[in-house]
Design a protein around this ligand. Sequence first.
Ligand SMILES: Nc1ncnc2c1ncn2[C@@H]1O[C@H](COP(=O)(O)OP(=O)(O)OP(=O)(O)O)[C@@H](O)[C@H]1O
Ligand SMILES: Cc1cn([C@H]2C[C@H](O)[C@@H](COP(=O)(O)O)O2)c(=O)[nH]c1=O
Length: 215
Amino acid sequence: MSYFITVEGPDGAGKTTLIQGLVDRLQADLQVPLLLTREPGGEPLAEKIRGVILDPKHTDLDPRAEALLYAASRRQHLVNKILPALAAGKMVLCDRYVDSSIAYQGYGREIGAQGVAAINEFAIEGKLPDMTLYLDLSAQEGIDRIQANREEAQQNRLDKEAIDFHERVVAGYQIINAQAGDRLVKIDASQSPDRMQAQALVAIKARFPQCFKND
Ligand SMILES: Nc1ncnc2c1ncn2[C@@H]1O[C@H](COP(=O)(O)OP(=O)(O)OP(=O)(O)O)[C@@H](O)[C@H]1O
Ligand SMILES: Cc1cn([C@H]2C[C@H](O)[C@@H](COP(=O)(O)O)O2)c(=O)[nH]c1=O
């Protein structure tokens, strides 16, 4: 059994805020080491690929090339960081993983979920998360948060996409979530960060009780 948890959702849903807020709460009771990481990136070479993908100047990046770059950075991250951590018995909490590629490239870019799933299967060789926390928020609410709180210069190439793109991503996530079975835990992302963290903590403890001290 591995303890591989991913956090998914549209831009601005609060994934970074949730993960940062969860660290202390998790570590208070965890009996195994915790590794926080993110995609795209999480490892030096994968972070370089992240820089290429998210650079707002790269407006002519072809959608299939984009999908391949995400898959390449994922492979590098999985092999060099995630798998060694899981093998060492760590709990891995990762901001985005393969569901993001299906939602953003497959549905958002409309290049097809099956093709994107196929190149990602080549990259991940079957390594899916044990649990996915999905932060449920509309595309518009997420983009409104980003526009209200993130300076233009801090917005990446994907943040700047038109609202229809983000709507397709959220519709894609709904399809993915319907197929995810009990891997998925949905969290209402319109709640306060504190309530979201509390719900996530309960869900993680319930899924991996062996990782926590007895209450
Ligand atoms: N529960 C919440 N309620 C209201 N605002 C929130 C909530 N969580 C986060 N925010 C705010 O929304 C903005 C986006 O949050 P955050 O960066 O955590 O989202 P994200 O899902 O990581 O976004 P991205 O995928 O674009 O990086 C931030 O300004 C943050 O302060
Ligand atoms: C992993 C992954 C990510 N994306 C998109 C989703 C976001 O818009 C950016 C990453 O920025 P964040 O601030 O770190 O969330 O990239 C994608 O399109 N496909 C993917 O596989």
